[in-house]
Design a protein around this ligand. Structure first.
Ligand code: MG
Length: 474
């Protein structure tokens, strides 16, 4: 575009399309309306006509500058799907006024205990009225409108709702451009994302089972495995010899679980190829002094990371651990308020930030978090277990486009999930590959999804054998 010193448009001599400023095009549209601006000013019904003309002017501008009009949000719907063996998924579908142009965004409030019904209400009853009729182009502005709409911020429910709506707008933008979202934010800085998979220990001979299960994953091409400290593996009996309390919660012995993991890791390092990566997810089930001791005992195993050693409420203990050992530390799936985790990143007390991306407000927010962490040489490893396939593709897009990618958590999908969500992340030789289709590249079989309602599972509750309730997820 060329312009004189007063900013007025000037006809170009070149054969390239002439891109005129929006104001000039709006003026042209108004003046070309025949009935003229004067009639608008005197006609009591002119407001609507002016709005139409303004819209026509906008459309002319859009066609001149981008070939198609800016899409406007026509509908916002929530699609919730039972997991078929993994977590329930919540996906937001945003439809536009352009035929066939829509997008999906992940709003999954993860894990048993995620408040899926509340997320649906937050989308449909609070955010939908805010965004209806707005141009789908303005993702950052709409994100801010949604975020600021609540005086109380950063709970997982509202953040998931925001992430779902705004990530659907990224999908729309990609579909409109005919490009994967990664192309819209600067393109790839790596070809694929290295993954880790979960290996179970089992109840009988857990060390042997862990090595066997890990070998199976390695033979499938994966080079990194992680053991999760869960109620299911650390289960014991209560004081009356029962595996479960009357309310169904599991009795759990923290010392027994710690020893089981350390024994299994000793077997792993003595029997597995040394280059295979090893990690552990503590799920915040240890009290602070046990956790500190555990981190020190893990040091000889050279983990890729120890995850969620402490809960957000115990964050002050990370400094203590940092001063005592070099076990790499990762946090995030329980942390969604920046004021919780930013001090740990700034103080370099953790090595990986690993939010559940929808819990922090989706792709728009996660890109900023990644950039913040990059300044402190902290990597990211987004929470991926479990997540909707749309969310996994969002994670992978961040992995491929941000410098400080660490590792990608993957959980294989049951066949039902792959049937409902077509275009899932593909795993080859230990790497996650993006599908290269426009947007997130995922299509949802909504008819099939409707036949599999969410289970809305409640969280497993952990208790010590005497019945005391302890911290933990899962
Ligand atoms: Mg975890």
């Amino acid at each position: 575009m060329t312009a004189n010193l007063r900013g007025a448009p000037r006809v170009s001599d070149s054969a390239a399309p002439v891109l005129l400023p929006r104001r000039a095009l709006l003026q042209m549209a108004m003046l070309s309306g025949g009935a003229s601006l004067a009639s608008v000013l005197v006609d009591p019904t002119a407001q609507a006509a002016a709005s139409r003309r303004e819209q026509e002017g906008q459309e002319r501008f859009d066609r001149a500058t981008r070939g198609v009009p800016s899409p406007r949000i026509r509908d916002v719907r929530v699609i919730q799907v039972g997991g078929g063996g993994i977590n329930d998924s919540t996906v937001v579908k945003v439809e536009t006024d352009q035929a066939g142009l829509y997008g999906y965004g992940c709003a999954t409030d993860t894990f048993p205990g995620g408040r899926a019904k509340l997320v649906a209400a937050a989308v449909e009853q609070y955010l939908k009225p805010l965004v209806m009729g707005r141009t789908a182009d303005r993702i950052e502005q709409i994100w801010q409108i949604c975020y600021m709409s609540s005086y109380y911020k950063n709970d997982t429910v509202l953040n998931c709702a925001i992430g779902g709506v705004c990530d659907a707008l990224w999908d729309i933008k990609g579909r409109q451009a005919g490009m994967p979202v990664y192309q819209l934010v600067g393109g790839k800085c790596r070809e694929a994302a290295e993954i880790y998979l979960h290996a179970n220990l089992g109840a009988q001979d857990p060390s042997r089972q862990f090595v066997e299960n890990s070998l199976q994953l390695v033979h499938g091409g994966c080079r990194n495995v992680l053991a999760a400290m869960f109620g299911r593996d650390g289960a014991t009996n209560d004081l009356y010899g029962r595996a479960r309390f009357d309310d169904g919660s599991a009795a759990f012995d923290r010392d027994k679980e710690m020893r089981k993991i350390l024994d299994a890791f000793t077997a792993f390092r003595s029997q597995m190829p040394p280059e295979v990566g090893l990690g552990v997810d503590v799920h915040s089930i240890l009290d602070p002094i046990r956790a500190t001791q555990f981190a020190r005992e893990l040091e000889p195993f050279h983990l890729f990371y120890c995850e969620d050693l402490f809960s957000p409420e115990e964050s002050g203990h990370y400094q203590i651990v940092r001063e005592q050992c070099t076990t790499p530390l990762a946090i995030g799936e329980l942390w969604n308020n920046p004021h919780e985790w930013q001090p740990l990143v700034q103080a370099r007390q953790i090595d990986y930030i690993r939010h559940h991306v929808s819990h922090v407000g989706g792709f728009t927010a996660a890109r900023k978090i990644a950039a913040f962490a990059e300044n402190f040489e902290v990597k990211f490893a987004w929470h991926g277990a479990p997540n909707s396939p749309v969310g996994h593709m969002t994670n992978l897009t961040l992995d491929l486009t941000c410098e400080n990618f660490g590792i990608h958590e993957h959980m294989p999908y049951p066949p039902l999930v792959e049937d409902i969500f077509q275009g899932c992340v593909q795993i080859k030789d230990g790497y996650a590959w993006i599908n290269e289709k426009p947007g997130w590249g995922i299509e949802v079989d909504e008819a099939l999804a409707a036949r599999h309602p969410i289970t809305d599972e409640h969280p497993n509750e952990f208790r010590t054998p005497d019945g005391s309730v302890i911290e933990g997820t899962g």
